[in-house]
Write a protein that binds this ligand. Sequence first.
Ligand SMILES: [Ca+2]
Length: 140
Amino acid sequence: MKTAIKILLAAILIATTGRVANHVEAAAKKSTRVTGPNGFSFDSSSGVSNRFITPNGDTFNDTVVFTFENPRDSAVSGSIYDLKGAEVARLTIGPTPPSVTQSTLEWDGRMGGQAVNGGLYIYVILSEETVVSGTLVVVR
Ligand SMILES: [Ca+2]
């Protein structure tokens, strides 16, 4: 699975380099739902609370919350990567979701307690054999 993630990250990097703004805008508008055999289902448009994160503690967009369908309460995990492919943070359990069939994961725009540098980051969320990913922008 680690190799698969590296290949995925490389593909995302190639796809985003040089046209970051266009990619982020397109990703925000495009509704793409991925559903796994265990019922895990994530929409990369509506499932992301905000694509721009401003981790300055003013309560506005300080975190990003990923909301997905998880009817069997399967194990779901996720990480944030920088553009060099280095893991920046693990996603943590997010706030209580709107529905009991849903789960959430969250990132506070920080690495080891410190707000990360501004720029483009990649999230990867896994549930069993299903992998979803996309981009986020940290603004400081
Ligand atoms: Ca903020």
